[in-house]
Design a protein around this ligand. Structure first.
Ligand code: AKB
Length: 319
């Protein structure tokens, strides 16, 4: 077992809950402290109830558990952020500054900070959006991620703090539910399908967005964090891609297994957000620097999602 003491902030969230388990498999239950704003259920390793806006509380948790790596996953996502932009900006930026400052002052070894495809706006190339592209985001979430990436880069260049980051596309998994994002439909759709319920999609049928299956996202995150520092040429945030699809394509993929699946379309305010994002991402820098290589495509993901959800919903079918 490797000797690290890791703190996850936002461990109750969609990615945080799955990443906590994966990191505990690598580093041992006792070496991964799961923290969240809301109290977490008792679990295999230590937990803390922590508001990342409280810098002093954050520092105390870091001291208490002799933390040397922080994964800061707490954030207000794209759709929720648009309901109260100033609130979202304050949460996303103030929590990041607390993490960066305590990491700098206590000379932590590494910090992980997720960014997002939301950093891009309509001025960016829509297809195969390059690593180094104009960043004019149209959501407060995207603006906070552009700023956050630049602060990550600043702390690396100015103070030598080893901050690493990925621009996540929409993440799809059966283990947890997303909240407040524009890509959330791509998780919900599977839950409706497995329960034989018709699904109302808040995006248009032809809205193509970059997506990634959870096992790839978790593996990519850990691979980036374990890569030798001298191999990393990007210190803002790496583009990360898996697949790209539209709602009608994911519905067609589900119908290969569940032919009766019914989808309707009722686009809402999230359509404008999706329209400002790329349809596909060029992740060649991640592939070159630390050998990123996703394993799942749409159909293999659909098969795996429906299989696991059938078990979760106690369905006897052999999906
Ligand atoms: C969202 O939809 O806001 C997130 C993201 C792409 O960062 N899933």
């Amino acid at each position: 077992m490797k000797k690290e003491n890791i703190l996850i902030i936002g461990a109750g969230g969609q990615i945080g809950s799955v990443l906590t388990e994966a990191l505990r498999d690598v580093y041992g239950d006792e070496h991964v402290v799961a923290s969240d704003l809301n109290p977490l259920e008792p679990q295999a390793g230590p937990t803390e109830t922590l508001n990342a806006l409280d810098g002093q509380a954050l520092e105390e948790v870091i001291k208490k558990w002799r933390i040397n790596q922080v994964y800061h996953l707490a954030a207000i996502l794209s759709a929720k952020g648009e309901k109260d932009p100033m609130w979202a900006w304050n949460i996303n930026m103030a929590s990041l500054f607390n993490v960066l400052e305590v990491a700098r002052q206590r000379s932590l070894d590494k910090v992980y900070y997720p960014s997002s495809i939301a950093v891009f706006g309509r001025e960016a190339a829509h297809l195969d959006t390059p690593q180094y592209e104009v960043l004019i985001p149209e959501t407060v979430y995207g603006i906070s991620k552009v700023a956050g990436e630049n602060w990550a880069n600043y702390y690396y260049r100015r103070y030598g703090l080893d901050v690493r980051s990925l621009r996540y596309p929409g993440i799809i998994g059966y283990q947890s539910m997303p909240g407040g994002g524009t890509t959330d439909y791509a998780v919900d759709i599977y839950h409706y399908a497995i329960q034989n319920k018709p699904f109302e999609c808040f995006l248009r049928a032809d809205t193509r967005l970059p997506m990634l299956y959870m096992p790839d996202a978790i593996r990519g995150t850990i691979e980036l964090m374990e890569a030798p520092a001298n191999q990393l040429s990007v210190r803002t945030s790496y583009n990360l891609a898996g697949m790209s699809f539209t709602p009608e394509e994911v519905a067609a993929s589900i119908r290969k297994i569940m032919p009766g699946f019914d989808i309707r379309y009722k686009p809402d305010f999230r359509q404008a957000i999706a329209d400002s994002w790329p349809a596909s991402i060029d992740d060649s820098a991640a592939r070159k620097d630390w050998n990123w290589n996703p394993e799942y495509d749409l159909d293999t993901m659909t098969k795996d999602m429906l299989h696991h959800l059938a078990i979760q919903y106690h369905l006897s079918s052999s999906v």
